[in-house]
Ligand binder design. Structure first.
Ligand code: XBP
Ligand code: MG
Length: 253
């Protein structure tokens, strides 16, 4: 049996480029809809991304603005619900794009019988809608979203639950694909291999413990930059099923 049994993909920033022109815009429109003066510019949002989960991000920001706890307990869930509706409109309007090379890798993995899973902090409502729209032919064996867990990354719960649902009773055999420092920490704490595909927001994150760091998934005619290759896989800038299999074999479990 192949040593690579499953690949668990993060969604935001990994499968799709969703933060700058998706979530950020939706948060700002929700603030506007509630007649609140807050607006998150692109740089500010990069800092706020270290707090994972939309509702937690709003709550932490409001606390920093001096909003008291009772008001936050009322406002944060209401703002987040509105933000989710707006994000769904953005998804339907085609504002969020799949990262180059994702469809190729998913296709290759599925062709080799590797189980495909999702492990995200995001809310199930928009995650399902987005994946159905953007990657309609992909069959996900397991999908763990923010609705299925109580903790948020860097806590490992989302990946531990995914491994359990995949029927992998231990970490060997699975690779997590992430984009952020919080995601790497979560994957490491769950004991899995972790490949990081950085983006404009996460290139300067602390990615200590990642098994491979690349700047993109890469396509045969457009390989991505290789940022760190600690296991000397010889990655040429194109993430392939063979490369992920090699990582699972090389990494001490
Ligand atoms: C992604 C996020 C967010 C989204 C989550 O975390 O925390 O940017 O706002 O969606 P990750 P909700 O990629 O590490 O899973 O707003 O639905 O929580
Ligand atoms: Mg992410």
């Amino acid at each position: 049996m192949s040593p690579l049994r499953a690949v668990i993909f993060d969604v935001d920033g990994t499968l799709v480029d969703s933060e700058r022109h998706g979530h950020r815009v939706a948060f700002n429109r929700a603030f506007e809809a509630f007649d609140l003066p807050y607006r998150w510019d692109e740089d500010t949002y990069g800092e706020l991304l270290h707090t994972t989960g939309g509702q937690r991000r709003i709550d932490g920001y409001l606390a920093g603005q001096g909003v008291d706890e009772a008001e936050r307990a009322r406002l944060a869930p209401a703002l987040h619900a509105r933000k989710t509706e707006i994000l769904e409109e953005l998804v339907d309007g085609g504002r969020i794009e799949v990262r180059p090379g994702v469809a190729r890798l998913l296709d290759e993995l599925a062709g080799e019988g590797v189980a495909l899973a999702v492990g995200t902090t995001g809310s199930r409502r928009w995650v399902e809608r987005l994946l159905r729209r953007m990657l309609p032919d992909v069959s996900w064996t397991v999908m763990v979203t923010g609705d299925d867990v109580t903790e948020r990354k860097p806590h490992p719960e989302v990946f531990s639950v995914a491994l359990e649902r995949l029927g992998l009773d231990g970490p060997p055999g699975a690779v997590v694909v992430e984009d952020s420092g919080e995601g790497v920490a979560a994957a490491r704490a769950a004991g899995t291999c972790c490949v990081v595909v950085v983006n404009g927001y996460t290139a300067d994150h602390d990615l200590a413990g990642a098994d491979l760091v690349v700047a993109g998934f890469g396509e045969p005619d457009a390989p991505a930059g290789v940022v760190d290759d600690p296991h000397a896989t010889g990655c040429d800038g194109i993430l392939t099923a063979g490369l992920l299999r090699m990582l699972v074999e090389r990494r001490p479990q």
